[in-house]
Write a protein of this length. Structure first.
Length: 167
């Protein structure tokens, strides 16, 4: 009986669907909106760099999120030299995002107003009006090298954790 239960458990685990934004997976292609109102594929940014840091943040009103974006922005020159892109995505309205862009000009801000991209990446809990705070490192080929979702202790990784994920 125990062997049968174990075999059912193993089979269920093998059949479990992987998250669309899990490490090693290429997440779904998504289109977002620039602060200028232009629709653009996220792949436009991730494919232009050796690696791209992609941050999903709650919105222009989230001070914790803005603090993380500003911390990342302080490394913009280093990223540029290393061919690392920096993109941040939220469900903000374009006007709000354009205002935030003035505070973090080193970060490419993209709007996911209807959350369709965030949902496709598996980052919107049922009934939520915003995505889960998350930080990714995406390889040029589009695959996820590093993923850190919000945790009860903190929304974002330490910079040292992120730096260790960058090659």
């Amino acid at each position: 009986m125990r062997l049968a239960i174990l075999l059912v458990f193993v089979a269920a685990c093998r059949g479990a669907a992987r998250s669309p934004s899990e490490v090693g997976v290429t997440p779904p292609a998504i289109e977002l909106t620039t602060t200028g109102g232009k629709r653009v594929a996220l792949a436009h940014y991730t494919g232009a760099n050796d690696q791209t840091i992609v941050v999903f943040y709650r919105g222009f009103w989230c001070e914790t999120c803005i603090h993380w974006l500003r911390a990342l922005a302080t490394h913009a020159d280093e990223y540029k030299q290393r061919r690392i892109g920096l993109v941040a995505i939220a469900a903000d309205e374009i006007a709000d995002m354009a205002e935030l862009q003035k505070r973090v000009p080193e970060v490419t801000l993209l709007a996911d107003v209807k959350l369709s991209g965030s949902v496709a990446w598996g980052l919107v809990p049922a009934g939520a009006e915003e995505s889960t705070a998350a930080t990714f490192v995406i390889e040029r080929d589009g695959s996820v090298r590093y993923r850190r979702l919000a945790a009860p202790t903190s929304d974002y990784p330490t910079y040292a954790e992120l730096a260790a994920a960058l090659r």
